[in-house]
Design a protein around this ligand. Sequence first.
Ligand SMILES: *Cc1c(COP(=O)(O)O)cnc(C)c1O
Length: 274
Amino acid sequence: MIRINENFTKLQASYLFADIARRVSAFQEANPQTRVIRLGIGDVTEPLPPACVEAFHKGVYELASRETFRGYGPEQGYAFLREAIAQNDFQARGCEIAADEIFVSDGAKCDTGNIQEIFATDIRVAVPDPVYPVYVDTNVMAGRTGPAENGRYAGLVYLECRPDNNYTPALPSEPVDLIYLCFPNNPTGATASREQLKAWVDYARENRAIILFDAAYEAFIRDPEIPHSIYEIDGAREVAIEFRSFSKVAGFTGTRCAYTVVPKSLKAWDTAGG
Ligand SMILES: *Cc1c(COP(=O)(O)O)cnc(C)c1O
């Protein structure tokens, strides 16, 4: 008898989106003149920039002729792209990240969702609240939580983000192994200062934890004091994986291109302590 993965039945996401849709339509019925700006699911409103459109056209023509056709690309992504990323997004900001630590992908959603598969199922996971739902749902499906009660899954450590802490969570009061952080944040817009990120990096180093740092909105930072990458913090190379995406900065939500940075000095352990 083939059985389903019953962890999937714990998921609450469909209830959330159904609830948002119900509230929006009730509001619109009651306020037909009001224009609603929907912030429920993030998408962009601007088209691809001309440089990208031109490069896409060129790429299609390359694939259309026998002389220049390429099949599957290298599994970590094309070297020219990984080198440009390492140089312009990291080395130019003083971060010691090499091209062979960059993994190009089809979306930061997929990457932030899939990455948890490499960790044990009995680790303690901390997520900010509110949070980008992908981090939570993939851990639920993987069986790292109990059922949901009052909108929270048993077994997850929730890091409160509220007006009184400026939507930047405090360090957890109980030990955790895997910490999801997203700055600038979706949905709150909060940013993290160098000192705040340093506190997380120090925590992770002291507790042998790993930080999954989602920097999908990095390009929107204007304040020169705010770090763009967690690797601007000393020691982050040992404890942090960073996710970036072209979706929001370059209108790529319909085309999808992203990358994940996994430094060679990042550490996690097996049961033998190795
Ligand atoms: C939009 C978004 C992503 C997804 O990016 P894709 O590369 O389009 O998958 C990841 N993280 C956050 C916080 C986002 O808002």
